[in-house]
Design a protein around this ligand. Structure first.
Ligand code: ADP
Ligand code: MG
Length: 474
């Protein structure tokens, strides 16, 4: 039988980076060497006693699980402090951070490539996870879903364009991709292109650089169904708007279907040219609203079923009652519940979910005695409280605080809010990004770092931050 080798080690570290929360991974996973290995036992060298302790106590089962995906016969993993780790050649040491960066780059590249539908246009339908049939319909999404179905039945015939709008995490992308998937399977020869607005902007900008704008427009001319997600990102991109306007007209006049989504109704896209705004309203505009309790419960049960995970009824109800903001958050909680079960064998109970929610700073509403006791001792401040307090303190409207607005006077209040969410409420960069208009997590990370730099130089900012912390008791 083969024994565990260095390539196995590299691959299992990539696996670890997927199952361990990123902040934990970055803190505790630094360097590994392979000190000793057989087919059933692996001894890993680490930097220090601190790492040895933490890795063996906190992450043992995850590490073992990752190693076993490479070599299933491994039963025992242990750690020793490897004094020579810093002077060993590169080929004998896994640098976890570097490896993570490399693998992230790789995945990004794969995702961005998408499927080439028309020569030179990549459709980014990456998953058939999103179907109209696995979208759970509730009162707030009934109309949107029905419109998507009508469009999927006969693209170009009924509602053109179809424009869906709503807050982040409520299912717009799911509906858009579901519609695109339905059309693709029903009309095999139609060329369906799904693209994000970000991608569209990038494509346009590079066509300008290479003097091939005409070519880009010609390519879009061949599209039968154009699906464009998150058009609010066109704000301030005048030339791209112009290009889209032309493409829109060509497709529309040829009776081709156009499907769009945005975070608000066309009328409120004030930074878009009026003629584009009005085009977006030509067909039908439908709101994708937040699901009510019954729908949240049904979504949760459906997602659990799809993952073949048995979720006890009381737990499902508890989550549905307390995670009310958006569906992505509901999925996030479910993912964690499943991971806890798979990795640690912890079964989902209302108590341990309540603990988890309180760590995520979601304040449960349910007053079941034991849980509310646990919660009161751990959670005092929700993220809504935090945002509101920062908004009042600096006199910046909540809407502006959360928006993409880049005016200088709003930068520090926004950075303060992000910084506190990260450092006092332990929110992930991703989650903060979602709250702030769906920003990318790296943008959030940058803002937090920026504030740290400012605080080093400017005592006033530190003072303001402390006042806010006092008000919130965090
Ligand atoms: P948006 O594009 O509006 O930000 P997404 O479409 O990305 O939201 O939805 C976030 C997640 O929630 C996705 O994984 C999606 O599948 C899921 N989701 C949202 N609404 C529903 C629903 N009604 N039924 C099933 N899944 C849903
Ligand atoms: Mg989306």
């Amino acid at each position: 039988m083969s024994s565990f080798d260095f390539t196995h080690l590299e691959k299992s570290v990539i696996e670890m980076s997927k199952i361990i929360r990123k902040p934990d991974f970055l803190t505790y996973f630094k360097k590994f060497s392979l000190v000793d290995a057989t087919n059933s036992q692996v001894t890993l060298g680490v930097l220090s006693a601190f790492h040895k302790d933490n890795l063996s106590k906190k992450f043992y089962s995850e590490i073992k699980q990752a190693i076993k995906t490479e070599l299933p016969s491994v039963e025992l993993v242990d750690f020793v402090v490897d004094d020579r780790i810093e002077i060993r050649p590169e080929t004998e040491v896994v640098d976890c951070r570097m490896l993570l960066k490399k693998s992230e780059k790789q995945t990004k590249k794969e995702q961005v490539q998408g499927v080439e539908v028309v020569q030179g246009i990549n459709s980014r339908i990456i998953s058939d996870r999103y179907q109209l049939s696995n979208f759970i319909v509730g009162p707030s999404t009934q109309l949107a879903h029905a419109a998507c179905e009508a469009v999927a039945r006969k693209p170009g015939a009924s509602y053109n364009p179809l424009y869906l709008y709503g807050n982040v995490g409520l299912g717009k992308t799911h509906l858009l991709q579901g519609t695109a998937n339905a059309i693709r399977s029903k009309y095999k020869n139609l060329r369906v292109v799904y693209t994000t607005t970000d991608k569209f902007i990038t494509d346009y900008v590079s066509s300008v650089k290479s003097h091939s704008v005409d070519k880009l427009q010609d390519k879009f001319r061949q599209v039968d169904v154009l699906v464009l997600d998150d058009v609010q990102f066109l704000a301030g991109k005048k030339q791209t708007q112009e290009a889209l306007y032309n493409i829109f007209n060509i497709l529309y006049e040829a009776g081709k279907q156009i499907i769009l989504s945005g975070d608000r109704p066309p009328k409120e896209l004030t930074e878009l040219e009026a003629r584009l705004q009005s085009r977006f309203e030509w067909g039908i505009t439908v709101d994708v609203g937040a699901p009510d309790y019954e729908t949240r419960l049904a979504i949760l049960q459906e997602k659990a079923r799809a993952r073949e995970f048995l979720l006890p009824q009381d737990v499902a109800e508890f989550i549905a009652e307390n995670v009310t903001e958006n569906v992505r958050e509901i999925e996030g909680v479910l993912n964690q519940v499943i991971a806890e079960y798979d990795l640690r064998g912890t079964p989902p109970t209302v108590e341990n979910i309540a603990m988890r929610l309180s760590k995520l700073a979601i304040t449960p509403l349910t007053a079941s005695t034991t849980t509310s006791r646990t919660l009161r001792s751990t959670t005092t401040c929700s993220y809504e409280d935090l945002i509101q307090t920062v908004s009042l303190h600096f006199g910046v409207e909540i809407r502006t605080l959360l928006s993409e607005d880049r005016r200088k006077e709003n930068m520090i209040p926004r950075q303060v809010a992000m910084y506190l969410l990260k450092n006092r409420l332990n929110f992930t960069y991703e989650r903060i990004g979602n709250i702030f208009s769906g920003r990318n997590h790296t943008a959030v990370m940058y803002s937090c770092k920026k504030l740290e730099q400012i605080m080093k130089k400017d005592q006033q900012v530190v003072h303001e931050l402390n006042i806010i912390r006092d008000k919130l008791g965090i």
